[in-house]
Design a protein around this ligand. Structure first.
Ligand code: MN
Length: 440
């Protein structure tokens, strides 16, 4: 758990002017991390920290040895081509680096001259996956998503009886997690029409999105040693945006009895920037359940989780069709607005439940929250819900409509936090575009 400190002060001013631009995701109170290099170059990948429209190049900065102690150790670890080594160091190191960078980026900082030459414009870079992701687990933490989807298949009994007791998840595929901006082909797989005698191999016609957040694991727990709730957040490095693209027609035929397989293993897109839990501290909210719902079992409960275990992260989904793009490269229609605060299970509960049987989580492992639908229909984080199973198309500006994604469609997830008395911080973008299928 992180308490507020001088790095969260809304009055802080940076000598990087763009950190004060209206609507920027990256003021000095944020300081998220990514892995990057100059676009089109053969430079080594290395860690960076966002400030305004710039990136502090951690490898360049480490050469100047501006920090000491834990901050210096964290800076050296963050200079590598993945952030796994930094993630493994733990919260005391992450916090020391954040404090040192915050002080060095403030107006009047002694370090300004040495920092200035380490800035790279974000407009000139390409991003890579921030970590070597050993394992990817996807949860199902929105009770609204679980209920909406369940209702399509079981109108009288939408929510499974285990839902309010156990954080549902499955082990996903790490190799096809891609970074924002990397496009992917519409997947092919077995499709079976309800009235057909046999399935056929074909391109998915019900390609969907899942609006999720990704949780990057920091320090590991040893195999066989569960992580208690009181320590769970010490194992979390930070949070990114995640789009768990899903082929609903492939899923419907293949998912019983072992769950999704090809319907979700062709691409999962994440945003380049990881916002640390420390940066998110001001936007914590109470973890609340409707009256009459069972309390979590004691191993999934704690006073801190009840008072501040959830995060009010605002989320939106933008859809850009090829026709919109032809008229304006930035045009898109917002098809969902919601908040992470509506989740039924918290970050800490995901970590503790994942490890309670003895499973070891490792630095760079990725947990998906599951589709983060909110309580109202316009807060649904998947087309399956927004169109009631494909029955009611979404109407888009310009007279277009969609039930599921068509070739050329691009989807952009965004996330941000706002609270009176605190800076607005954001997650940047998580973008992906659907390319035509490649048939076998
Ligand atoms: Mn998912």
């Amino acid at each position: 758990m992180t308490t507020l400190n001088e790095t969260h002060d809304a009055q802080l001013r940076s000598w990087v002017a763009s950190a004060h631009a209206t609507g920027t995701d990256f003021p000095i109170q944020n300081l998220p991390l990514a892995v990057f290099r100059r676009r089109g170059s053969t430079e080594p990948l290395r860690g960076g920290v966002a400030i305004g429209d710039q990136i502090v190049d951690l490898a360049e900065l480490a050469q100047a040895r501006p920090f000491s102690g834990r901050a210096a150790e964290a800076l050296a670890a963050g200079s590598q081509g993945t952030l796994n080594a930094l993630m493994a160091l733990g919260p005391a190191h992450w916090s020391a680096l954040r404090l040192a960078l915050s002080r060095a980026l403030r107006e009047g900082a002694y370090e300004q001259a040495v920092m200035q030459v380490c800035l790279v414009p974000q407009a000139q870079v390409e991003y890579a996956l921030p970590a070597r992701i050993g394992d990817y687990t996807d949860f199902y933490t929105s009770i609204y998503h679980a209920t909406n989807v369940g209702r399509l298949f079981r109108p009288d009994n939408p929510l499974m009886p285990n839902y309010k007791w156990v954080p549902i998840g499955y082990h996903g595929r790490a190799s096809s997690v891609v970074i924002s901006g990397q496009n992917f082909a519409r997947p092919c797989g077995q499709l079976k029409a309800p009235d057909a005698a046999a399935p056929v191999l074909g391109a998915s016609r019900r390609l969907d999105i899942e609006l999720e957040l990704g949780v990057f694991i920091g320090q590991a727990n040893a195999l066989g040693e569960p992580v208690p709730m009181a320590e769970a957040e010490d194992h979390v490095f930070g949070i990114c945006l995640l789009n768990d693209w899903s082929a609903r027609d492939i899923q419907g035929w293949e998912y019983q009895p072992l769950g999704p397989f090809l319907s979700k293993n062709f691409a999962t897109t994440i945003s380049p920037w990881i916002v640390t839990l420390e940066a998110l501290a001001p936007y914590r909210v109470a973890f609340e359940r409707p009256a009459g719902d069972p309390a979590p079992l004691p191993y999934l409960d704690s006073a801190h989780n009840q008072s501040a275990g959830a995060f009010d992260i605002q989320l939106s989904v933008g859809l850009q069709t090829p026709r919109m793009r032809a008229q304006d490269a930035r045009a898109e229609a917002t098809i969902c607005r919601t908040s992470y605060r509506h989740a039924y299970w918290t970050v800490a509960q995901m970590v503790t439940h994942h490890s309670v049987g003895g499973c070891n989580l490792q630095p760079g492992d990725l947990l998906g929250t599951g589709t983060l639908s909110g309580p109202t229909p316009d807060q649904a984080g998947a087309l399956l819900e927004l169109t009631t199973g494909g029955k009611h198309p979404i109407q888009l500006p310009g007279g277009e409509a969609r039930t599921f994604l068509e070739d050329g469609d691009a989807v952009v997830l965004r996330g941000w936090c706002e609270k009176a008395g605190h800076a607005r911080i954001g997650f940047g973008e998580c973008r992906g575009q659907v390319l035509p299928a490649r048939m076998l």
